[in-house]
Design a protein around this ligand. Structure first.
Ligand SMILES: [Ca+2]
Ligand SMILES: [Ca+2]
Length: 864
């Protein structure tokens, strides 16, 4: 089945052609998808708006896509020279598309300042006029602050130049231009009243100064694919925002004229079009290569102006460097997906000879890739040996000579205060749910746990989830791999240094030590243990320097130190507001699973874990029922049903006590026997009944196994349908956050089906997920797993992102879906978290998934 988008897109294409053949002098035309389009140039006018929660993610307002790359963002009225992510932005009140006048008009609102400017973007000549109008003069306190801005992604322009009024300059790779300090009384308050700046008590803030001023600006005049020109009567200023925030941009800005109504700023902006431009085909394939007997299907993403070729070539590269065409497979058109591009598939499965190859399509050659017996065997290692240790909290982590980070958050933690909310969605609510008062120290929390992602907080769900999943990984795959030295006594981790204990076991221990500490000292696992200030949340670098490591003492002044105490309140806060009995169920599952696998390695910790698991179960079993009134605030999503199933499974497996089995078995059996709806998350989803039943399958009785088997055909039918929805054979999501994780979880569940019912599912439904992660996806063919494959990601949103870097073994979220038709994965600008922030929670599934793919492909080889 083809997606609905196909018809819409076809209509858009026809309309555009008709419009272009008219006599109008304007080159940019508003298309049916409601943005300005010319060959190789799109100007989007608030097709995407700001996200309320994470503010300015550099993914909204007036934006320019040139030659298929989003080069500029954030166009509109802003109140500072170089807006930071957490600076306030206007609310979009109204957006009107006027085709007759080729204008898109916006009404924006800064409600706190009683300021409601109108922005008009109108096609003119080869570009657009971008104009700000006001009904009332710009408010007094915003004169000199309110301006028309647009922001260019710096990495796109590294090595390029600009001309201002004919004067040439080189765009800087590193920020090193002037700023000045202003008193805080002049500052436009950031969102939630917070501050990204640690002013060391000086009550001041940084104002970046322009690197260039004038009336005619050309960005990258030398590059047809990047050239954008501006003309303005008002003064044009160019800024380097990276002086203020590492994720800053090159900002073009003109201040709005004060003391008048009507037009207060106007640019003529011209992104260079190219009447002959056709996007080069993006040939997606697995960057780690293929095993001889699996399917090999490349997916080509094509410009709609680019007719599909009849055949492609597969070229073998021999030891002496000679190249020969070994196969000329047919190219089969799939159709349009997500409005913008056409897709085609190249099946070269017939090729089974071991060797090195590349794909050639219409003269476009890919990078090289192997066909070999065992391409998945080691692809998980960097995730376990390098990336995950780098996320271990409360530890010093060292790789060879390099300290990845020091012992972090040794001042953990304070009780989050009541009736308090802060960035990243944390909110305490009216009670603490613990024995602690607001800001009181919670003892004994400086052990175990992982940073959740690119920031340095501990999220409850990640700690409990990882602990349990690593226990499962140990049991399912028996991964005895040992390349990491982990010493909990001195809180030290050494990479590439075996210590005689399997690393998976040590990660289970590292997780459960934190779970135990939270359960014993807080009473349950907190929603998050989180940095208290915005300037800490924005911290990049060594996690050990995010706080001062000294316990907060309110009798001292800020920055005053006495012994291991300080007067700087930078200690993390334990958010305990979302407590409910049902929310403690994942804690219990983690404790029980860890107790089972740690028994032989650390009996003392195993015993403590089990003791806590049993007592929490007894304490909360009754009130954790889904319909109990105590659970009205829980994360007890409908489709997951009764959250007690998961801990009951783990407790039963650990203790053998039948009371746990008698609890979960009938519930799961009942769920499995339900007639499935067409898209039934409760049954088929990740964490749904089938996935849950497959996890426990090998340990169950024959009647239960038969019930699982009976549910499989409908599950497989559902998976098959999902695979057919996109040209890539996997589900693709990406609103606000890329969907690599969703594709991976989907494929991993397919693996569990294959593992127990190999005759009932096509194993390619598993491998499709890995192809997607390793490069067979839209936008580019880079591997989303850092360090894996020939062409793999170069940047990620991790603690090293200030240096435009990546640590090996992380799983990037991948593709963002911008409205109305644009899929994106930037790999030169690490700061888009929805595309580039590798999350800790994905590591055990990814390792399991890679081991599963190795198992499947070895089985395929044996069958041949
Ligand atoms: Ca080890
Ligand atoms: Ca501190």
């Amino acid at each position: 089945m083809k997606p609905l988008f196909t018809t819409l897109a076809a209509t858009a294409a026809i309309t555009t052609i008709v419009a272009c053949s008219g006599t109008s002098e304007q080159s940019l035309k508003i298309n049916d998808l409601e943005y300005f389009e010319d060959r190789g140039v799109n100007v989007l006018v608030y097709s995407n708006d700001y996200n309320g929660m994470f503010c300015d993610e550099k993914e909204a307002a007036v934006e320019i896509i040139m030659r298929g790359v989003r080069i500029a963002t954030g166009g509109g009225v802003r109140l500072m020279n170089t807006p930071e992510q957490w600076d306030i932005y206007p609310k979009l009140i109204e957006r009107t598309v006027d085709r007759d006048n080729q204008t898109i008009e916006l009404v924006l609102d800064y409600a706190d300042y009683n300021f409601k400017p109108t922005v008009k973007v109108t096609a003119k000549d080869k570009g657009v006029l971008m104009t700000v109008f006001v009904d009332k003069p710009v408010p007094e306190n915003l004169v000199g602050k309110a301006g028309m801005n647009i922001e260019f992604f710096p990495a796109t322009y590294f090595g390029k130049t600009w001309l201002m009024d004919g004067q040439p300059n080189i765009l800087p790779r590193h920020p090193a231009s002037a700023t000045e300090m202003h008193p805080n009384s002049e500052k436009i308050t950031q969102i939630y009243g917070l501050s990204t700046f640690d002013d060391r008590g000086r009550d001041e803030f940084i104002v970046p100064l322009p690197i260039s001023t004038g009336h005619q600006l050309v960005m990258a005049p030398e590059d047809d694919n990047l050239r954008v020109s501006f003309k303005s009567e008002g003064e044009l200023m160019l800024f380097d925002g990276r002086n203020l925030s590492n994720n800053g941009t090159f900002v073009v800005r003109t201040l709005l004229e004060g003391g008048k109504t009507g037009k207060v700023a106007e640019w003529y902006m011209e992104p260079a079009a190219d009447p002959n431009w056709t996007r080069k085909p993006n040939i997606g394939f697995s960057q780690v290569g293929y095993t001889p007997w699996q399917k090999k299907v490349a997916v080509v993403e094509l410009d709609k102006n680019d007719p599909v070729a009849a055949t492609a070539k597969i070229v073998k590269v021999a030891a002496d460097g000679s190249q020969s065409v070994v196969l000329e497979p047919k190219v089969e058109e799939w159709g349009v997906y997500y409005n913008r591009y056409n897709y085609a598939r190249i099946d070269f499965s017939a090729l089974t000879d071991i060797g090195l190859y590349y794909i050639e399509y219409k003269g476009e050659k890919t990078n090289i890739f192997p066909i070999a017996e065992s391409v998945y065997a080691d692809k998980w290692q960097a995730s376990l040996d390098v990336w995950l240790p780098g996320q271990m909290d409360h530890m010093e982590v060292k790789e060879a000579y390099h300290i990845i980070h020091g012992r972090s958050n040794m001042d953990d933690a304070l009780q989050a205060p009541v009736n308090y909310s802060q960035q990243d969605g944390y909110s305490q609510g009216p009670v603490t749910n613990t024995k602690y008062k607001s800001f009181e120290r919670i003892p004994n929390l400086t052990v175990g746990g992982w940073y959740d992602a690119g920031d340095f907080d501990i999220q409850g769900g990640t700690v409990t989830g990882l602990t349990m999943q690593f226990a499962h990984l140990w049991e399912l795959f028996g991964l005895k791999h040992d390349q990491t030295y982990i010493d909990q006594r001195t809180q030290f981790v050494g990479l590439h240094r075996p210590d005689g204990v399997p690393d998976v076991i040590q990660q289970v221990e590292h997780g459960v030590l934190n779970v135990i500490a939270q359960v014993e000292n807080i009473g349950f696992v907190a929603q998050g243990i989180v940095q208290p200030t915005m300037w800490q949340y924005a911290h990049i670098g060594d996690g050990a320097t995010q706080t001062d490591g000294k316990r907060y003492d309110s009798s001292l002044k800020p920055y005053e130190v006495r012994g291991d105490h300080s007067g700087t309140r930078d200690d993390r806060l334990a958010f305990t507001g979302n407590f409910s009995p049902a929310n403690t169920m994942p804690d219990i599952a983690a404790l029980a699973a860890a107790a089972r696998v740690l028994k032989d390695f650390n009996p003392e910790v195993a015993e403590r874990a089990l003791r806590n698991a049993k007592s929490q179960w007894d304490k909360y079993f009754e009130t954790a029922a889904p319909d109990h009134p105590a659970n009205k605030r829980s994360r007890n999503w409908d489709y997951q049903g009764d959250l007690r199933i998961m801990p009951a499974i783990e407790l039963w497996r650990t203790t053998g006590d039948k009371k746990y089995l008698d609890f979960f078995r009938p519930i799961l059996l009942n769920q499995l026997s339900q007639k499935p709806a067409a898209t039934d998350r409760a049954l088929f989803g990740n964490g749904g009944a089938v996935a849950r039943a497959l996890e426990v399958y090998p340990y169950m009785d024959d009647e239960f196994k038969a019930a699982v088997k009976a549910a499989i055909p409908a599950f497989v039918e559902q998976a098959q349908k999902t695979a057919e929805q996109t040209p890539y054979g996997v589900p693709i999501f990406g609103r606000g956050w890329g969907g690599t994780e969703i594709a991976m979880n989907w494929a991993y569940n397919n693996y569990l089906v294959w593992k127990y019912f190999p005759d009932m599912i096509d194993p390619e439904l598993v491998l499709n997920g890995m192809h997607f992660m390793f490069g067979r996806h839209p936008y580019s063919n880079v591997s989303f797993v850092t360090g894996q494959g020939v062409n793999h990601k170069k940047v990620a949103y991790g603690s090293h992102r200030a240096f435009y870097n990546a640590v090996a073994g992380g799983i990037a979220p991948g593709l963002m879906m911008f409205k109305p038709d644009f899929l994106e994965h930037k790999d030169d600008y690490p700061f888009l978290w929805g595309e580039n922030e590798c999350c800790t929670r994905n590591i055990p599934t990814y390792i399991s998934f890679a081991l599963g793919c190795e198992e499947i492909t070895q089985w395929m080889s044996k069958k041949k």
